[in-house]
Design a binder for this molecule. Structure first.
Ligand code: PEP
Ligand code: MG
Length: 549
């Protein structure tokens, strides 16, 4: 067994035979020509042919991976018609009296270099697109139709790199996985692989030879590894994982795009919890209606110093744009207790879970708080963002927060910065104190989201970090369930909506109960969304309530 490791761009397991794909390099010769006008005409005909091919590819990709995945072929058509590109080719033909193939190859090389020299990774990634269209035009000049890769049986495609046009031309049913030696995570190949939901690994130093060609292999997109000729033990373990994944996929197929509605017509929002932008793929894949908890403190924990407003803004903006108008609830930093960052220089405490944490830090260090609020507000101009504050115990705290929010809004107005003036503000209900004053709190905010992890810890007086207390920890304790009912009712009495973003929200044995309590939203880890959707679709709330009486 040989193991090669790279960077995973899409998770999943693939088991099958490897097919090494090698590009047919098109060698271009410099040939002197007499009739320049005829050569330019030949170039123009090749361009039209290439555009025709791309139109076909676009239609094929729309059917297979949807419009956003197909956009690249629209972009390639525009690139072929790019004035700078055309001018450069025509001028080389004209001034050097050379063949169109050579003029196109030279132009392509120059433009590719120009993109590769750029600082931003996004533009460097575009070099591959230039290469792709250049090869397409050269191929059209040679009279080829650019048929792409065809294979008789499903295979794991191993290649040096794959152009987007090559990936889409492949018959999707015949591809189990992509493994490439090169390629960037931002390349369209990766994006297409993700959209096609095929496990894919890039940057993998695998030999492109008979050493692997035709051999049995397992691609593990979770680990970013390919096992060539796996031993029995590996094969058994990976097959098990594969079957579990297949089960999830079939659930996904049946439930994707369905509304979260009970048999008697009650709707609920199913959102996802995330800790960083890497989770966004999973959020979309699992068809989340939005993000119900973005634990923003992970930005602080992954940093050696306070993250700047610009750094935070870039992250929040990316999340808002990726979610394309779906709600994104950003929780302001919840640092302290089990989540420590040295540069905060927090005092050593006897009882950190009950110490200086979360909103208490924000209210005692308003400059840190304001930096984050500014970044979030600015990002609110790029999508639908709500802000949520953790560890609230009193109305007084919420009023102080609202005063600071108002100050930040005023500063942004003065600076002429765009933001969502009606941005939703909510609080986490995760202390018994907040439950007891829920009516008063609901008057102040747009929504509640219950942090059952902390609410259970503070209600049962059981340290959530202390494993030795597991036998005492009862997540279904009647005190917690009563509180959950009180919280939803208090919110609704005052026109606020209520959700649950703690782990209990994903407890399938309680889905019916949460629906009966009238919760408007459950925010859970992405992988739990579809199983909960299934439970919602199978529930009749009225009947459930009757059965309890
Ligand atoms: C909670 O306490 O339930 C919660 C969602 O927040 P965290 O787990 O991040 O404390
Ligand atoms: Mg909490």
């Amino acid at each position: 067994m040989e193991i090669y490791e790279g960077k995973s761009v899409f998770e999943g397991i693939a088991i099958g035979i490897i097919s090494v794909y090698k590009k047919q390099e098109q060698s271009v010769k410099r040939v002197k020509i007499e009739d320049k006008a005829a050569e330019i005409e030949r170039y123009s005909a090749a361009r039209e042919k290439a555009i025709e091919q791309l139109k076909h590819l676009y239609d094929k990709a729309v059917k297979e991976v949807g419009e956003s995945g197909a956009e690249i072929f629209m972009a390639h058509q525009l690139m072929i018609d790019d004035e700078d590109y055309i001018e450069s080719v025509e001028s080389i033909i004209d001034t050097e009296s050379v063949n169109a193939e050579y003029a196109v190859a030279t132009t392509g090389d120059n433009m590719e270099k120009m993109f590769l020299d750029m600082e931003e990774e996004y533009f460097r990634g575009r070099a591959a697109d230039v290469k792709d269209i250049t090869e397409r035009i050269i191929s059209a000049l040679a009279g080829n139709d650019n048929g792409g890769i065809v294979s008789d049986e499903p295979v794991i495609v191993v290649a040096d790199d794959l152009a987007p046009s090559e990936t889409v031309q492949m018959d999707k049913d015949k591809i189990l996985s992509f493994v490439t030696v090169h390629g960037s995570a931002n390349s369209h190949t990766s994006i297409l692989a993700k959209t096609m939901s095929i496990p894919a690994i890039i940057g993998c130093p695998i030999p492109l030879s008979d050493e692997v060609n035709g051999k049995m292999a397992v691609v593990d997109g979770f680990e970013g590894k390919i096992y060539v000729e796996p031993d029995d033990e590996t094969m058994v373990a990976k097959k098990k994982l594969f079957l579990e994944e297949e089960e999830k996929k079939s659930l996904l197929k049946r439930l994707k795009g369905r509304e979260n509605i009970t048999l008697d017509g009650q709707k609920i929002n199913l959102y996802a919890n995330i800790g960083n932008t890497k989770d966004l793929g999973l959020v979309l894949q699992n068809d989340a209606g939005g993000i119900g908890l973005f634990r923003s403190e992970f930005i602080y924990l992954g940093s050696d110093d306070y993250p700047t407003e610009e750094e935070q803004f870039a992250i929040y903006k990316q999340v808002a744009q990726t979610m394309a108008g779906k709600k994104v609830i950003i929780r302001t930093l919840d640092i302290g207790a089990d989540k420590q960052a040295d540069y905060f220089k927090l005092p050593v405490e006897e009882n950190p879970a009950m110490g200086l944490r979360a909103i208490r830090i924000c209210l005692t260090r308003p400059e840190v708080f304001k930096t984050q609020l500014r970044a979030i507000m600015r990002a609110s101009a790029f999508g639908k963002i709500s802000i949520m504050f953790p560890m609230i115990i009193s109305v007084d705290e919420v009023r102080k927060i609202k005063t600071i929010v108002a100050e930040v809004k005023k500063e942004l107005d003065n600076d002429g910065v765009d933001y969502d003036k009606d941005i939703e503000l909510g609080i986490m209900i995760e202390t018994p104190a907040a439950v007891m004053v829920a009516d008063e709190l609901a008057e102040e905010v747009d929504f509640f989201s219950v942090g059952t992890n902390d609410l259970t810890q503070y209600t049962l007086a059981i340290d959530r970090q202390n494993q030795s207390l597991d036998d005492f920890y009862d997540s279904h304790h009647p005190a917690i369930l009563k509180m959950l009912k009180m919280i939803a009712e208090a919110a609704h009495r005052h026109g606020a909506w209520a959700g649950i973003c703690g782990e209990l929200g994903a407890d399938l044995s309680l889905t019916k109960e949460f629906l009966a309590m009238g919760y408007d939203e459950l925010s859970v880890s992405p992988g739990m969304i579809l199983p909960i959707r299934k439970a919602v679709l199978e529930t009749n709330v009225a009947e459930y309530k009757k059965s309890k009486n």
